[in-house]
Design a protein around this ligand. Structure first.
Ligand SMILES: [Zn+2]
Length: 454
């Protein structure tokens, strides 16, 4: 009995010691806590907002000795900023950012409660597990461990936990850039989503995809105006017909390959890693991509511009030809291709249809080189000798578009060593979103090493 008690006490003091010094000690727990705070972003203000999550983060960073500031463009839509001083105050600060909001989840579709932060089969399950409460938790776990151990980072770090990323960041990152650019003063580089995750090629080779570019976004409404009239009459100026043809032309358009410098660098690294010669401009590129498994879905979408019709609206009665019909198109362009993209759309819609931009956002691109990239490579390899960092262009958008407005170079670097069979790309905004606990702990350790080198 006595021995058991002593044993338990020794174990618990070992736990305490581990908790004090290990960067990965709290990552799983914090990730679960954050998932349990529902921050669903419906794209309007009908969701719960980010304030509760921001207050949770504020408590965690305050305990580590930081002095956080909360910003709210609107009540409940909270972004947190905190400065973490480094040992070299003359070094340029590094922006480390994560968003607090998540896309909604319909509980009935899930096999677990999406907001319970359950652990099952070695994974933390729940909305935000990979997008991106995982990285938020890594940052907090590493910060707290280093604070306890008296190990500040080399460079000053500006920590930003944003609201509203999932709706474009107008009430989060973009707002901060417009209204409080002073908090980011001196920042030239940033790390955040979406990148740093592994893609297993062979037992002895894992590619870690570092995001160095992202596609731009062009959401637009097309409008056809015509002559309203009785549905029983002949009508050569029917806006529904006109619009439907334009929408079909866009939807069926075969966009040509547009290989950006990032895509070229990606294929060069992959060619080298696999020992094969991939010509990204060649016709066999899709076949090569297939070898990368589910990830090929994402890469495939980054080799060209895309435009998908997503909404249609016209008419109000079966026998009335309306005077107008509208459609919404989700357009995405690769870095450097915005003008070409819009010119192509205009050609496809013709002159009878007008185009109104609903949302346009940039396609930033950063070179995969320099000291920060070396720090990523080295910290990944120290934790995974079979790992190899590779740049890639991401098909979606992130808060990086906002930081880019201040000239900050953005890298998607939220390290995760993943099991080979996990459909990681499918986890984003997907049903049964989850992340292995070991992957979270790995990420925290890499991030900790990275802060020594960055
Ligand atoms: Zn995200």
């Amino acid at each position: 009995m006595t021995d058991e008690v002593t044993g338990a006490a020794a174990a618990s003091s070992r736990d305490d010691a581990a908790r004090r010094s290990n960067p990965d000690a709290e990552v799983v727990e914090i990730c679960r806590d954050l998932i349990r705070i529902d921050t669903s972003n419906f794209g309007d203000d009908s969701g719960p907002g980010e304030r509760k999550a921001a207050e949770y983060v504020a408590e965690k960073v305050s305990e580590a000795g930081l002095d956080p500031t909360l910003y709210e463009p609107e009540p409940g839509r909270t972004t947190l900023v905190a400065r973490w001083e480094g040992t070299d105050p003359s070094a340029a600060p590094l922006l480390v950012h994560g968003h607090l909001d998540v896309v909604p989840a319909i509980a009935a579709d899930w096999s677990v409660d999406p907001f319970a932060g359950e652990i099952k089969d070695g994974c933390v399950w729940g909305r935000g597990a990979v997008d991106m409460k995982d990285f938020d938790a890594m940052v907090l776990s590493v910060l707290r461990a280093r604070a306890r151990a008296g190990r500040p980072p080399r460079r000053p770090i500006v920590l930003v936990f944003t609201a509203d990323e999932e709706a474009g960041g107008r009430k989060g990152a973009h707002w901060l850039v417009e209204r409080h650019p002073e908090v980011l003063e001196g920042c030239r580089e940033a790390i955040g989503e979406v990148g740093g995750f592994s893609l297993t090629v062979r037992d002895d080779l894992r590619l870690y995809l570092i995001q160095t570019a992202e596609k731009g976004l062009a959401w637009m409404r097309l409008r056809a105006k015509g002559t309203a009239g009785h549905g029983s009459m002949r009508n050569g100026d029917n806006p529904v017909t006109e619009l439907a043809e334009a929408v079909a032309r866009i939807g069926r358009y075969d966009w040509p390959l547009r290989i950006t410098p990032t895509a070229e660098a990606f294929f060069a690294e992959v060619s080298d890693a696999l020992g094969i010669d991939i010509d990204p401009a060649g016709g066999d590129v899709e076949a090569t991509l297939a070898r990368l498994g589910t990830f090929s879905r994402m890469i495939g979408a980054t080799l060209r511009n895309t435009a998908n019709p997503t909404m249609l609206d016209a008419g109000y009665k079966a026998n009335v030809i309306p005077g107008e019909a509208t459609a919404v198109i989700d357009g995405r362009f690769v870095p450097g291709a915005q003008e070409e993209f819009l010119a192509t759309i205009d050609k496809l819609i013709g002159d009878k249809i007008t185009r109104e931009m609903l949302n346009v956002d940039s396609a930033p691109e950063t070179e995969f080189a320099g000291a920060l990239v070396e720090a990523m490579r080295a910290s990944l390899q120290a934790e995974d000798p079979a790992g190899r960092a590779v740049p890639y262009l991401m098909s979606g958008g992130t808060d990086g578009k906002a930081w880019d407005r201040l000239g900050i170079q953005c890298f998607g670097f939220a390290p995760l060593k993943l099991p080979p069979d996990l459909d990681f790309v499918g986890m984003f905004h997907g049903i049964d979103e989850r992340v292995p606990t070991e992957s979270l702990e790995f990420g925290a350790r890499v991030l900790d090493r990275f802060l020594d080198l960055a």
